[in-house]
Design a protein around this ligand. Sequence first.
Ligand SMILES: C[S@@+](CC[C@H](N)C(=O)[O-])C[C@H]1O[C@@H](n2cnc3c(N)ncnc32)[C@H](O)[C@@H]1O
Length: 252
Amino acid sequence: MKTEKHDAIVLSSSDEKEILKNFIQHFKNAPLPDDEMLSNLGLFLSSKSLSRILFFYEIYKKIIHSHGIIAEFGVRWGQTLSIMSVLRGIFEPFNRHRKIVGFDTFEGFKGMSEKDGKRCQCGNGSFSVSQGYENYLENILDIQEKLNPMAHIKRYELVKGDAVETVPAYLKKHPETIISLSIFDFDIYAPTKAALEAIKPHLCKGSILVFDELCDDIFPGETVALNETLGLNNVRVQRFPMTSRISYLVIE
Ligand SMILES: C[S@@+](CC[C@H](N)C(=O)[O-])C[C@H]1O[C@@H](n2cnc3c(N)ncnc32)[C@H](O)[C@@H]1O
């Protein structure tokens, strides 16, 4: 159930894990030349990995006509931030206000409590990344922006540290913030609740909140945090058919 390094959870069956190991070997040993590698990344997609990209494609289309930034709460290796940057390049390359801001300790979970239950068998530090990973991710996001117009204006920010402190501090420093899209993927209660409380005054009608773990018995804390802040009775939790785990709601 856990990855060999970094204590992350994998729900694949043992057969699937064997197939994926084989896939990874083919990926690492790909005989493609360097100058054809990135344009052929589709070779290495699976229906599961593509479904996540399609989810965010659908969500991005929903925010195009609303003003404000994209915030991700729980970045880890940063693939969702990277997908958002690419979608911004496709749909609104000249929208300089569509900043993308990612919050993470870059040292794994921080602030686990009894509201997170026992099923995940995680602790503080689970879902960590390699040391200094945020520098590598900055390089990737810089490259993404350089491949699009207005590359001279940096339109992303990584905020490192415990979100219980960093999210309120960021919003205090940037009182002009309107949140068009928030992506919640801390998995656990304390930072999710703190971030939800902090962003409330920065939401407008039409703002979208995405959640990775609602109604998830392995990570109950995310649902508890939503219930305690916005109230489950007050929101319409929706989904798309291609992903089972990710859901979203629109502030009405
Ligand atoms: C499941 S991962 C996020 C995955 C990511 N959204 C993606 O698309 O691949 C959860 C992340 O939440 C972060 N996290 C957990 N508790 C945190 C806290 N108190 N403050 C900041 N980040 C935290 C962890 O470091 C981890 O990177």
